[in-house]
Design a binder for this molecule. Structure first.
Ligand code: MOS
Length: 718
């Protein structure tokens, strides 16, 4: 199995991340952030900052660089400094440029800002009273046509057993190791921008729109990304400002966010409140599911965390279903996509409620889930293209020792031990992608696309699928990505990259073979006029063989280039698509201190074909660890003033090695070629889904205490 190709470069410090680029004459920008949650900036005194040592310029809404708001498939992107309105504490309101990072930072501290303050809404709890209907998320009610029901309430009336509870999840920051940054340099009318992202051609398009130039004038480069998770999906404030200021000053500009700035000058996961009601018969068959959600969002209402639509809509077979989604606009930092947007917090509520129903029914929680397994999403005619969730539970039960679980948990010395499970699910999606293949006269091939490898292993996967498509050993494949000058490669988001890019590689591979056979049989070629076939890098005709590199040399060609493009299509009218998984968690809660330790986790996943077990395993382990982190550690705390009280790694808790026990990952491997020709269903996000519920369910099994919010802390178990 191929190890990660970029691994040695990353662990030996040779991988050059965006901010590692240093250019002659480069200057440094440091962001000034707002210190009030809502109001209008009345004044910004920059006199002291401008005369501080090494300072070249200070940009503010009073003395700004002009930027136009771009709009892409991820929605409208906010651009900084364009007006004096402040809508959250920590909003970018200025940029100080100096000849060193330190001097820019020192001068930024000298900027005096005066505000006309306005009352700010910062509390999610208070804001719920004024919740709004979420844009593009209609309330939905599906009723059993044969039951003669007036509304979902009737279905609950008719249910012998009902669980109806409210759950809450906290605001999170992506906390990627690599902070957001940009190094911008103009050469004439052409901009080169080094900035971490999840799809370089999309950032290039955004920046070009913002600057009013043609997309062909902007080249965005990011061969290595130190974690993104949705937090680098949108073009960042450093990218916009470094590009514009570099043009204004005629010098390369570097802007790097500090760790503290990452907590407010980017976007994070919404907090949610979710009410889940489940009605069932005594055998545990669901009669009705209701999921009402509220999520926080920024004042611009820029993102909806779709917990109810993304989760209950697809999870279980039920004849009656109602979902609603409300947003709670607040004066807090923006929210955006974060690993498994919707499903991660949504599964905490739904999968906790299912566990509560199992307890109510005195039924094994795996058995309850199996009884309600769906063959198609409720209310849809389209069956799942492949679903092996039951097998995930069966395989997981055996390996995890689920049979040893008692409904009352057990004790081990001073520890109360419990086990919990949850379903994991994330839709299998594809995005349009184009891949180029260049066959070279030295017998090697370059496989390239503009998309990003934010640590997921896409580069390595491209090499493997490229080798397969060209029937060559992997050593002869050079994968390239992370450069908007390459063919447009989709977004590394939504767990789509392998299916999207992989399919395009296969199509490009077919085009490459067609091109080679045509060349080999063309006029003046070695096999002129003959039937030519291709295998393992060679062309065959009439018992003769020529390697493709030799063919190119014979024809005086250095290389041949082809491309392949794929996009989601007809399959969407035939099936529903999703990856599935079963999460198992064992926790130990200390009898006296109430400390919670997760001793073992196991995830068994149905993600279609697994291209590379090693990479897939580490991707899913990372996701599961994040789920544990959401369950026990992570929460951004916003003070009444709107200031984030724990915006640094000292106080925003993330798990360390000592917090993580055994993390097992297993696959049931059923390639899903109804979804795409590669057979991969996607596994970037599903790892985190369900884990928080499995932890809460295990805590309940161990202690008898049901905690309906995350993170779960010691205080909740006293
Ligand atoms: Mo993901 S939240 O699509 O990186």
């Amino acid at each position: 199995m191929t190890s990660r190709l970029d691994g040695p470069l990353k662990v030996t410090g040779q991988a050059k991340y965006g901010a590692d680029n240093n250019l002659p004459g480069m200057v440094y920008g440091y962001l000034v952030l707002s210190t009030t949650a809502r109001g209008e900036i009345e004044s910004m005194d920059v006199t002291a900052a401008k005369s501080a040592p090494g300072v070249l310029a200070v940009y503010t809404p009073f003395d700004k660089v002009d930027l136009t708001t771009p709009s892409s498939m991820l929605g409208e992107t906010w651009v900084p400094l364009q007006n004096r309105e402040v809508s959250y504490y920590g909003q970018p309101i200025g940029l100080v440029v100096a000849d060193s990072f330190e001097r820019a930072r020192d001068a930024a501290a000298l900027v005096e800002t005066g505000y006309q303050e306005a009352p700010a809404k910062t509390s999610f709890e208070d804001g719920i009273a004024e919740a709004e209907v979420a844009p593009d998320r209609e309330d939905l009610e599906i009723l059993d046509p044969d039951a003669g029901l007036e509304s979902i309430a009737d279905a609950f009336e008719a249910s012998p057993v009902v669980v109806d509870q409210t759950y809450a999840t906290a605001t999170q920051n992506h906390a990627a190791m690599e902070p957001h940054s940009a190094v911008a340099a103009w050469e004439g009318d052409e901009l080169t921008l080094h900035t971490p992202n999840q799809g370089s051609h999309m950032v290039a398009a955004d920046v070009a729109t913002a600057l009013g130039v043609d997309a062909s004038q902007v080249r965005v480069v990011n061969p290595y990304v130190g974690g993104a998770f949705g937090g680098k999906g949108k073009t960042s404030t450093p990218a916009f400002l470094a590009s514009a200021v570099s043009r204004a000053l005629g010098r390369p500009v570097k802007v790097v966010l500090t760790r503290e700035q990452v907590f407010t000058a980017t976007a994070g996961r919404a907090s949610t409140r979710q009410r889940v009601a489940l009605g069932a018969d005594r055998e545990g068959r669901l009669i009705a599911v209701r999921h009402d959600s509220w999520c926080s969002t920024d004042a611009a209402r820029s993102f909806v965390e779709p917990t109810s639509h993304g989760t209950s809509l697809e999870w279980y077979a039920t004849p009656n279903l109602a979902v609603s989604q409300r947003i709670v606009p607040l004066n807090v930092p923006p929210t955006t996509f974060m690993r498994a947007p919707g499903e991660a917090p949504g599964s905490f509520a739904l999968e906790s409620a299912i566990d509560e129903l199992a307890i109510e029914l005195e039924m094994d929680p795996i058995e309850l889930r199996k009884r309600n397994n769906s063959t198609a999403p409720p209310g849809k005619d389209l069956q799942w293209s492949s679903k092996h969730l039951d097998e995930c539970f069966t395989v997981g039960s055996q390996r995890f020792g689920w049979a040893n679980r008692s409904p009352q948990g057990r004790t081990e010395g001073d520890w109360q031990v419990g086990m919990g499970v949850a379903v994991a699910m994330f839709p299998a999606l594809r995005s349009p992608a184009t891949v180029g293949i260049e066959l070279r006269a030295d017998g090697t091939a370059v496989v390239s696309t503009s998309g990003a490898d934010p640590g997921t292993g896409l580069l390595t996967v491209m090499s493997t699928i490229g080798a397969e498509a060209l029937d060559l050993p992997e050593e002869r494949i050079t994968p390239q990505l992370g450069d908007s000058a390459l063919p447009p490669g989709g977004l590394s988001g939504g767990s789509t990259a392998t299916a999207s890019v992989g399919t395009a590689i296969q199509l490009a591979g077919v085009a490459a073979v067609d091109e080679l056979t045509a060349l080999a049989s063309g006029p003046g070629a070695p096999f002129e006029g003959k039937d030519v076939t291709y295998a393992h890098g060679e062309l065959f005709a009439d018992g003769e063989t020529i390697a493709f590199g030799d063919l190119l040399r014979r024809l005086g060609r250095e290389s041949v280039s082809v491309s392949g493009s794929s996009a989601p299509g007809e399959e969407l009218t035939k099936h529903s698509f999703s990856s599935f998984g079963a999460q198992f968690v064992e926790v130990k809660v200390h009898r006296w201190t109430r400390e919670i330790r997760v001793s073992r986790m196991l995830g068994v996943f149905d993600c279609g074909r697994i291209i590379n077990d090693k990479l897939a395993t580490s991707q899913l382990q990372g996701g599961m660890i994040w789920g544990l982190s959401a369950a026990l550690h992570e929460a951004m705390e916003v003070e009444g003033s709107g200031r984030v009280a724990n915006g640094d790694f000292a106080s925003y808790l993330l798990p360390v090695n000592a917090d993580i026990g055994e993390v097992g990952v297993e696959f049931v491997k059923y390639p899903d070629t109804l979804h795409n020709s590669v057979g991969a269903k996607g596994l970037g996000e599903i790892g985190t889904v369900g884990v928080a519920a499995a932890v809460a369910n295990a805590v309940c099994n161990a202690t008898g205490v049901r905690v309906r919010h995350i993170p779960i802390t010691i205080e909740n178990l006293l």
